[in-house]
Design a binder for this molecule. Sequence first.
Ligand code: BGC
Length: 767
Amino acid sequence: MTANPFRFAACIVLLLPSLVVSLPKSAIAQNATTPVAQLPADPVGEAFVAKLLRQMTLEEKIGQMSQTPLNQASEIPPDVLAREGKVGSFLFVTDPVTINHLQHVAVEQSRLHIPLLFGFDVIHGFRTLYPVPIAMAASWDPRLAEKAQSMAAREASAAGIDWAFAPMVDIARDPRWGRIMEGAGEDPFLGSKMAAAQVRGFQGDTIGSPGHILACVKHFAGYGAALGGRDYEESNISDDQLWNVYFPPFHAALNAGAGSLMSAYMDLNDVPATGNRFLLHDVLRDDWHFQGFVVSDWESVMNLTTHGFASGPADAAARAVNAGVDMEMTSTTFRDTLAQSVKRGTVQQATIDQAVHDLLMMKWRLGLFRNPYADPAKAASQMVTPEQRNAAREAGTRVAVLLRNQDATLPLNSALKSIALIGPLADSKADIMGSWSLAGHPEDSVTVLEGMRKRFGAEKIHYTTGVEIEREQPSIFDAQFSSPKPKLTTEAEKAAEFHHALDLIRSSDVAVLVLGELQSMSGERASRQSLDLPGKQEQLLEAAVATGKPVVLVLVNARPLNITWASEHVPAILEAWYPGTEGGDAIAQVLAGDVNPGGKLPVTWPRSVGQVPIYYAHNLTQLANDPSSHYWDGPSTPLYPFGYGLSYTQFSMTNLQLASDAVHAGSTVNVSVEVRNTGARLGDDVVQLYTHQRAGSASRPVRELKGFRRISLKAGEKQTVTLTLDTHDLGFWSPATHHWAMEPGVFDLWVGDDSNAQNHATLTLLP
Ligand code: BGC
C-alpha cells in the first residue's frame, strides 16, 4: 500500500490543543506544509532512465550533475566536456548555432548520447523584454504575467534554450536590496499567485509542451531577507516567518508544476542554503514530495567553503549533495571530488543515482531524448515579432502605477503645444529594458523620447537630459550589458546642461521628467544604502517645480525611492518601472490617456530609508492604536501603502456583503462588494480583500491579503465583485504548536483598493 501523505498531518492536528480544528483533507492539501501536485506518471520514461542509469559510469553520472557557463573560460573546452560526458548542462549561451553544435557533440559523439540542457536567465523576456517582475506584480494580473512568460518562453525555446532560471519568488521587504526588482514584492499571497502564473507561462500545460521551457523557482529560501538589504548577507528568519511568509510562493510555484528549483546563496539561520538539508530535503522532498531537480546557484557549492561551513571542495560537494543539490552551477567540486567521496563513503551511491534519475527524467519529460535541436534558420524570425512587441507594450501599460495626480495634471491635454521632456532615462535604450536583459538588444527598445514623439508629434517634444547619472561602483554585468556612459565631463558642462533643461521647461507648457535609476542600479549586487534619486536628479526636479510650470515625474526604476518631497510638490507622479522593449510607447500611451493606469504597489513605499523594513502585514503592538508613537522624529506611516495606486477616474466601493458570517473550516465564503466608476472615463481598479485573526495561539498580522481581482469599468458603470475566500487561507503555521493551524474565532475582513481598505465585516470561523 502506498503511504498516504495526508495521514501524518491529519493525526497531528488531532493532537493539538482544543483551539485547533481538525482540518478536512481538502483544506490540508492546499497549505504550505503539505505535498505539492505530483508530475504525471511516466512509466516509459522511468524504464528508459533506469536502463540508462545501469549503463552509466560514476563519472558519467557526475557529469550529468555538472553545469558549465559559456560566458567565461573553462579549463576543459566545452566540446570536450560534452564529448566525454563530463557536463549535463550549459548556461549563458543564447546563440542557436552554438547550442546546436554542442548538442550534436553530446548526442552524436558521447558514449551514451545523452542530450544537454541549456539554461539561461529568462527573467522578464528573452530578446523582447517585458516589464521587470516587480512591475508585473504591480499589474495585480496573474494572467498578464503568465502570458508574458509564455511569450518569453517562445523566443527562448526558438533559440534553443530549454530552461529559464525563473521565476524568482523571494519575498522582499527591504527596498535597499537590489534584487527586490526580480520578485513580486512583499506579500506571500500576491507572490504566490504571480509565482504560479509564471510557472504556467514558462512550462505551458505540461513540462515539454512545444514552445515552452522548464521553470526554475528560486532562490530557496529566504534570500530576500538579507540582513540590511545587503546582497548575499545572512538571513535570520523564524520558523513562523519561513512557513507563513517566505515558503508560500515556492510552494505555489511547485504546486503549479515547476520542475526545478535553485538553492540560494546565503546562510539561512546560520546554515548556507546550498548545504541546508532542512530546506532541500526535509521541506522540499519529505514535506512537499518535490519530484524535479535542484540546481545550486552560481558557485554556491564551492562557496560553502567561503561561508566557513565546508572545510574544502570535497566537503562542500559532499555537503551540497547530501543536503539535496542535484546539479552544481559553475564551480566544479562535483566533477573534481564526488567520485572519491563515493569511494570513501561520505556520499552514498544511492544519493548520486537519485539525483541523476531526477535530472534524466526531466530531460526525458522535456522531450530532449526525442528532439534536442533548435532550428537556427527559423530562430531569427521568431524574435521581437510584432506579436511580441504588442504583448510587451500592453504589459508596459498595465504595470504603470499612478502615485499622484493633483488637479488632473494627467493625462496630458492634447491641446498642449510644447512638452519639455527631461531626464537621464528619457532616451536610454538599455535602461528602459531593466537589468537581467542579457539577451536583449538595446537597439530594439523604444525610449520615452521616441514614444512621446510618435504619440504627440516630434515638433512638440523638447528633449534634453538635464543631468546624467552613473553607478559609483561598476556592476558585475557591465561587460555583458551596460547603460550608456555619461558624456558631460566638466562641472561647467554639467551646469550648462542643467540650465538648458530649465530653459526648455520655462519655454514649454508642461515638463515631463523621466528620473530614477540606471538598470544596473537594481538587480544582483545592486543594493543601496540610500533610497534617494541618484546624482543630481532631486535638485533638477526641485528646480523644475520652481519654474512654476506643471511637472510630471515619470519614475523608471524597480524599487521604492525617496520621493517624499515630490509627493508634496510635484503634481503628477507615475511609477513606470523598467517597462521593457516597448516601454517608451507604453509610457506615452499612459501619459496621453490612451490607457488609464490601473497598477497598484506590490510593496509598501517608505518615506525614508530609516523606516525600512516597513510592510503592511506587521503584527499589532503594545500600543496598537497609536502607530504614531513609533518614531519621534517623523511619521510612522509609509508614504504609500501596499496595494495603492490611483487612476484617471475615481471608484467607490460600498455594500460589503458576506454570503455567511459564520463558516466551518475547510469551506469557502463569498465576499462581495459594489464597485462603481464615479469618474468620466474607462478605468481599472483592483478589489483587495484583507483579513485579520482577532485572537489565537499566536499574534497574527494586522492585515493579510487573501483575495484580489483587477476589473475594468466604464464611466458610471457599477459592478458587484465577488471574491471567494478559502477558509484554509485563514490557517497558518503556528509557532506555538509547530504545526499548521486553523483556529476558530472572529476574523476581521476589509475590502477596498489598497491595504488601508475601509469596508469592514466580521467572519466567525466555527470549530
Ligand atoms: C544568480 C541567479 C542566476 C545565476 C545564473 C546568480 O548569480 O543569483 O539568480 O540564475 O547567477 O545567472
